[in-house]
Design a protein around this ligand. Structure first.
Ligand code: PHB
Length: 393
């Protein structure tokens, strides 16, 4: 019997190239259906692209991505999926998540099971405080909306804010208002609209009647962004002289062709544009097109996931595929990349949140193609402003 086991073991060793290869299992939860279900595939494609590009560095360790559809902003479903992935599939890591409510629902599971959780999109500031096993490689809405407010105060006197009524919308409203008011601007009104199918025309009319210089909008990127753009134009807010601005979610790269001319001139602040001319970004966009087709373009969801895959690969490399949750978190906390497609990034070891630049961008037509053209770096190595302000309290 012993002999049989030994022989079996040897056969296994030979079949895996002479070593007992480890497999790292990642429970990958994202949105493939429901509200903005088009975003999930950007996340998955980015992770797969990074893993393919860096496979050789893994020393034979296999990475298994177990993908699950949370069906949009659906915390109960996300929680159930995370539980199954941890208990039944015994994943070593959790990753993904477009929507804040889903990230919040998964937090206690990451904590109880001690499974590190890499957040690749969800952007409400508070999320990472909910579990010591979370790290975020995407952004916070405060990172984009606070500098947007500061910048807008230098150009405009009055503003109105319109946001989706959930975590990231509240953060965008608060961050923008604080930056704008600190800079001497006046908020004429703030409105929070339902996450799903709001009556855009009614809300846009309310803004038009208030006659602000600018309207700042946050909605979750994807198809909702195009709905905002069309209604802004259809209700004639542009013709009434109101300028549309917001975090980059409202001009998300992949929707620009669907928005068309109405998006031209819209100014946003964000950490990533597919049109950025940094060499690392050009290489990223070229690799994306080679892998997925000449007409395909990555977006900010993709870059959050691409860098999320990078942080995971680093943890696997340093531990040779045998992941210990505490060591993994230590590696995450001290990770940096001076050369991400979005510029230099790092993880703040105190908060486990991303530190990055924020760029002012304008939608322009470049060579016949709509693009978020970066004009100016409005914040450098910016930590989540909300957490910085909490510390001072
Ligand atoms: C979020 O739920 O945190 C979220 C969703 C879509 C975005 C940004 C943030 O574009």
């Amino acid at each position: 019997m012993k002999m049989v086991k030994l022989l079996l073991g040897m056969a296994l060793a030979v079949s895996t190239g002479g070593v007992f290869a480890q497999t790292v299992k990642i429970g990958f939860i994202t949105s493939y259906s429901g509200l903005n279900g088009n975003l999930g595939p950007y996340m998955e494609r980015a992770v797969r692209l990074y893993l393919k590009q860096h496979e050789k560095e893994l020393g034979g360790v296999k990475v298994e991505l177990i993908t699950r559809d949370d069906t949009g902003p659906n915390p109960d479903k996300a929680k159930q999926l995370a539980q199954e992935l941890v208990v039944r599939d015994k994943v070593h890591l959790l990753a993904g998540v477009i929507f804040t409510p889903n990230a919040m629902a998964i937090a206690p599971i990451a904590t109880e099971a001690k499974v590190p959780f890499v957040i690749m999109n969800a952007g409400t500031a508070v999320i990472t405080t909910r579990s010591p096993y979370m790290v975020r490689t995407s952004f916070t809405l405060w990172q984009s909306s606070y500098p947007l407010g500061q910048w807008a105060a230098k150009k405009y006197k009055t503003a109105y804010s319109l946001v989706s009524d959930f975590g990231p919308g509240h953060d965008s409203e608060d961050g923008f208002s604080k930056g704008f008011e600190e800079g001497g601007g006046k908020m004429l009104g703030k409105v929070r609209v339902p996450l799903q199918n709001p009556d855009w025309a009614a809300y846009m009319q309310r803004v038009k009647d208030a006659k602000p210089d600018v309207l700042q909008v946050f909605i979750p990127a994807g198809k909702t962004a195009t709905a905002v753009m069309k209604n802004f134009s259809d209700l004639g807010l542009d013709k009434a002289g109101i300028k549309l601005i917001g975090p980059g979610d409202i001009t998300t790269d992949e929707e620009l062709p669907n928005m068309g001319d109405v998006a031209l001139g819209v100014l946003t602040v964000h950490h990533y544009s597919a049109a950025a001319d940094r060499p690392a970004n050009k290489a990223f966009v070229a690799a994306w097109k080679k892998e997925y087709g000449a007409n395909e373009t990555p977006n900010f969801v993709a870059v959050g996931a691409y860098d999320g895959a990078a942080i995971i690969v680093e943890a696997i490399k340093q531990q040779k595929g045998k992941l210990d949750p505490e060591k993994t978190m230590e590696i995450f906390k001290h990770w940096k990349n001076p050369n991400s497609p979005r510029g230099p990034i790092s993880i703040d070891p105190e908060t486990r949140d991303i530190v990055q630049n924020e760029y002012l961008r304008e939608v322009k037509k470049v060579g016949g193609v709509f693009a978020n053209v970066e004009i100016e770096t409005v914040a450098t190595a910016l930590k989540d402003p909300w957490k910085e302000m909490q510390k001072k309290k």
